[in-house]
Design a protein around this ligand. Structure first.
Ligand SMILES: [Fe+2]
Ligand SMILES: [Fe+2]
Length: 135
């Protein structure tokens, strides 16, 4: 479980709200796999919701970066694209093999670790720049 208090806070509040929502969806995924692991439809719905939320999360950051002319936009966006592609690959693999352990390993392991690290680095720098330059 992700402790919402452990998520690094960035200088642009709207981004913090989105990060909390994303962590909550990851926690929902964990609870559902642990308590209702055979419920394919329920897990698929949460994964779908998580992926769509991530799509919006990343798109909104790109929109903000463009608005303020953030210089490292492409580097930041590149990290998003890489992880978004992985998420979709792991989801479609799960749809064919229904291996919940692989799902946990990725979403509750590496992706969760990536998210915290990404917030602490790229998002933190980006949010500072947005907070200073947004009109
Ligand atoms: Fe973010
Ligand atoms: Fe980001």
């Amino acid at each position: 479980m992700i402790d919402l208090n452990s998520i690094p806070q960035v200088a642009y509040e709207e981004m913090n709200l989105v990060h909390n929502e994303e962590a909550t969806l990851l926690n929902n995924l964990e609870t559902t796999i642990d308590e209702d692991g055979q419920n394919v439809e329920k897990i698929a719905n949460i994964l779908h919701e998580l992926i769509e939320h991530t799509r919006g999360h990343f798109a909104n950051e790109v929109r903000l970066m463009k608005e303020v002319g953030f210089p490292a936009l492409h580097m930041h966006e590149g990290e998003h694209i890489k992880v978004f592609n992985e998420m979709q690959m792991v989801f479609s693999n799960w749809l064919s093999v229904k291996d919940n352990e692989l799902l946990k390993e990725y979403f509750l392991g590496s992706m969760t670790e990536w998210l915290k690290m990404h917030i602490q680095t790229m998002d933190t720098i980006t949010a500072q720049f947005i907070a200073m330059n947004k009109s």
